[in-house]
Design a protein around this ligand. Structure first.
Ligand code: ATP
Length: 297
């Protein structure tokens, strides 16, 4: 009996983690259909994390061979640093996130984490190393406790509460009639966009991954909430390697490097001040957004 239940228990955990990752990624990237099957190599080792440095080496990729989407993208995010991806809609920002997660394999080039090609390691270890914070966190029809602990079945109550505190949602939770036992989701208490995102942040803090993939567009939130969430995301990013898909330029001014993508190519790269001084694409995007903000567009 033990021989049967133990592997099943383990599979349950793996399944939940994969499902969670898929739910977050699906939510984040609007994936509708299941991508082509990606399998682990025989005897593939686990990712050996040494800080979570990310390298894209001349990555070429297309969902369809006849239509290249990324046309040779290279960058490096040293461990603990932040890279922001900006560019017009359809330029390939989310595609980079999907490739990092190995939802698809690159056509040419390589994606490496701490020097290991992600095609050579197990997908489970890869997914464990990456925390995804989508714009719109999916809540399950269950308690707040369950929703925060999702994917970490072994988490203790103390760990869960510590994560909620770090995500600044603990005080809100204990003000609810049933506290952590309050049912949320479609059939329970409806949380606001900001509260849902904080549950997502708490979930990720609990997972404690070395790498974060953030979708920073928080257009559904009011400015103050957005600013508060932004602060929490920044705090969570401390000591982790972060790739942030940014739609609002104001949120990325302190990134270690900004890549400006257009039609699958890096057209500019550098820090915020450097790119502003250059007076090119980024500077133009910045000027446009600043004037939109003034006119309230
Ligand atoms: P946005 O800012 O609008 O989210 P993005 O820069 O993240 O855009 P991607 O989602 O990476 O852009 O899309 C890049 C290109 O790849 C687009 O032309 C898009 O139509 C195409 N694409 C994205 N997902 C798929 C898919 N599953 N199958 C085929 N083409 C896709």
């Amino acid at each position: 009996m033990i021989q049967i239940t133990m592997p099943l228990g383990f599979l349950g955990t793996v399944y939940r983690e994969i499902r969670q990752a898929l739910v977050d990624m699906g939510e984040m990237f609007g994936l509708l259909n299941q991508p082509a099957e990606i399998t682990d190599k025989a005897e593939a080792p686990k990712l050996a994390v040494a800080g979570g440095a990310i390298r894209f080496e001349d990555v070429k990729f297309g969902y369809d061979p006849s239509r290249p989407i990324l046309k040779g993208v290279s960058f490096e995010v040293p461990a603990g640093k932040t890279l922001a991806l900006v560019g017009p809609s359809g330029s390939g920002k989310s595609t980079i996130g999907r490739l990092l997660f190995r939802f698809y394999d690159v056509v040419e080039g390589a994606v490496k984490i701490d020097g290991q090609d992600i095609r050579d390691i197990t997908q489970h270890s890869l997914h464990q190393a990456i925390g995804v914070v989508p714009q719109d966190t999916v809540l399950f029809n269950d308690t707040v406790l369950y929703n925060i602990a999702y994917g970490r079945a072994d988490a203790t109550r103390e760990e869960i509460e510590a994560a909620a505190k770090a995500a600044k949602i603990h005080d809100f939770i204990i003000s609810l009639p049933e506290g952590y036992e309050t049912k949320v989701g479609e059939r329970g208490l409806k949380l606001s966009g900001g509260e849902k995102q904080r549950v997502g942040i708490a979930r990720t803090i609990l997972k404690n991954p070395p790498i974060l993939l953030l979708d920073e567009a928080t257009s559904a939130l009011d400015t103050q909430t957005e600013r508060d969430i932004q602060d929490s995301l920044r705090e969570m990013g401390q000591g982790r390697t972060v790739i942030s898909i940014a739609h609002r330029l104001s949120t990325i001014a302190d990134a270690d490097e900004i890549l400006v993508l257009d039609a699958g190519e890096v057209v500019e790269r550098g820090r915020h001040e450097e790119l502003l001084a250059k007076g090119g694409r980024y500077a133009a995007m910045w000027a446009r957004q600043a004037s939109d903000m003034q006119t309230g567009a």
